[in-house]
Design a binder for this molecule. Structure first.
Ligand code: NAD
Length: 406
């Protein structure tokens, strides 16, 4: 059996051998169904591009229910070690154990590997059902900060002793008189955390010839946190990319095509404009909570949860885990019924991240043609006029057939 080689990281770049070992977590619920479909398409695209010259050597690692059954641990140390050792991996959805000690397997993976950027590309595939009139204009990539904000888990319960002590301290020291039955949450937004996320968004825009990076924030109200995120973004672009970016303030007339335009918008207006003029937005950089809402709202415009891929990445260390963005949909587990597109496109993102972009493009083309052919899984079929419902595995075969013709 081919043992493969490790992906390494040198001078800020991944070094990818022709036979990289890539760890994968199959996932719970519908995980095995969509994983089988995704691996068929990913391997098929690589083979079509490079025949035997390149091949992923898949290495299964355990997490979730499968891990618990075999090891009595939800997230074994071996799994974390494998993602660290092999750097790039992919995962299906995982059950969040209720009341069993671990808050969320996904959150734990992100924290342990400091995967600070949650990247969600949103694009429309012609023919997919959409609630908006011109979904083809929605073409964005959201960079959501993954480690800070009110999401950091720094919360104190209403009435608890430490909460009352903090309220007392805030009242004495800052003159902040907060109701005594309040719960408290802390919203840290650091320059370090903001800079590295915005840098990733700008680098992506430069590498992929995107037109603009929009900083989305509520800095009009939350001046020292979200307002600072905005200001740090403009400063970073000016200092680190003076010749390759331009701030909207410095633009006269049409922005030069050779530079990435840096602009910002208030989060609530962004939600309106993403519906009324989505073509104005390209790469989005935002904080954790805004990013959570924005990613799902944009995904809804182009076909919903079954379609949207995602990744959690630490660009400074080269760690990246690509994932389906939906959950385990337990009622459909093992029925070969659900839409595998989210995980397939996450695989395409992974190939692009590895520098195997030809295979990524081929997969997107395959999906595009498969959807246009109107033979799709139940979630799309019930909303598409004249469509025929086919199983998950058949959909993947069809994507492979379309790639063969490309
Ligand atoms: P879910 O995404 O699993 O399912 C909600 C509904 O969306 C399903 O009933 C189904 O109708 C539809 N759906 C989801 N994926 C689909 C697909 N690929 N194709 C077609 N339809 C699809 O969300 P939930 O029911 O809130 O969560 C179930 C479990 O998944 C929970 O344990 C939750 O913690 C976990 N979860 C995991 C992740 C992850 O691992 N990234 C994300 C969200 C939820």
């Amino acid at each position: 059996m081919d043992s493969g080689e490790k992906i390494s990281f040198s001078e800020g770049k991944l070094v990818v051998p022709d036979r990289p070992i890539v760890p994968y977590i199959e996932g719970d619920g519908i995980g095995p169904d969509i994983w089988r479909a995704a691996v068929m398409v990913i391997d098929g695209a690589i083979k079509k591009c490079w025949q035997e010259r390149r091949q992923i050597i898949w290495k299964e690692v355990l997490a979730g229910e499968k891990a618990f059954k075999q090891t009595e641990q939800w997230l074994p140390q071996d799994t974390l070690d494998a993602f660290r050792e092999f750097r790039v991996g992919i995962k299906g959805p995982l059950t969040t154990p209720v009341g069993k000690g671990i808050r969320s397997l996904n959150v734990t993976l992100r924290q342990k590997l400091d995967l600070y950027a949650c990247v969600r590309p949103i694009r429309y595939f012609k023919g997919a059902p959409s609630p908006v009139k011109e979904p083809q204009k929605v073409e964005m990539v959201v960079f959501r900060e993954n480690t800070e904000d009110v999401y950091a888990g720094l919360e104190l319960e209403s009435g608890a002793e430490e909460t009352l002590a903090l309220l007392h301290h805030l009242s004495e020291t800052y003159g902040w008189h907060i109701r005594s039955d309040s719960a408290i949450g802390i919203k840290p937004i650091s320059k370090t955390g903001s800079d590295r996320l915005i840098r990733a968004a700008i680098e992506f825009a430069l590498e992929h010839q995107r037109r603009s990076v929009t900083l989305v924030h509520k800095g009009n109200i939350q001046k020292f946190t979200e307002g600072a995120f905005r200001n740090w973004g403009y400063e970073l672009a000016k200092e680190a990319y003076p010749d390759r970016t331009i701030s909207w303030e410095d633009v006269e007339g049409t922005p030069p095509a050779s530079k990435v335009l840096i602009k910002d918008t208030i989060a609530d207006i962004f939600f309106q404009q993403a519906l009324t003029r989505p073509e104005d937005f390209d790469v989005i950089a935002t904080m954790n909570l805004n990013g959570d809402y924005i990613s799902d709202a944009l995904a809804a415009q182009v076909g919903g949860v079954g379609m949207a891929p995602g990744a959690n990445i630490n660009y400074q260390k080269g760690y990246a885990i690509f994932e389906a963005t939906h959950g385990t949909a337990p009622k459909y587990a093992g029925l070969d019924k659900v839409n595998p597109t989210s995980l397939i496109l996450s695989g395409a993102m992974m190939l692009d991240h590895m520098g195997w972009s030809e295979a990524a493009i081929l997969i997107e083309k395959g999906i595009e043609k498969a959807i246009a052919g109107k033979k799709v899984t139940y979630d799309l079929a019930r909303l598409m006029e004249g469509a025929e419902e086919i199983p998950c595995s058949r959909f993947a075969e069809q994507v492979c057939e379309q790639m063969e013709l490309a």
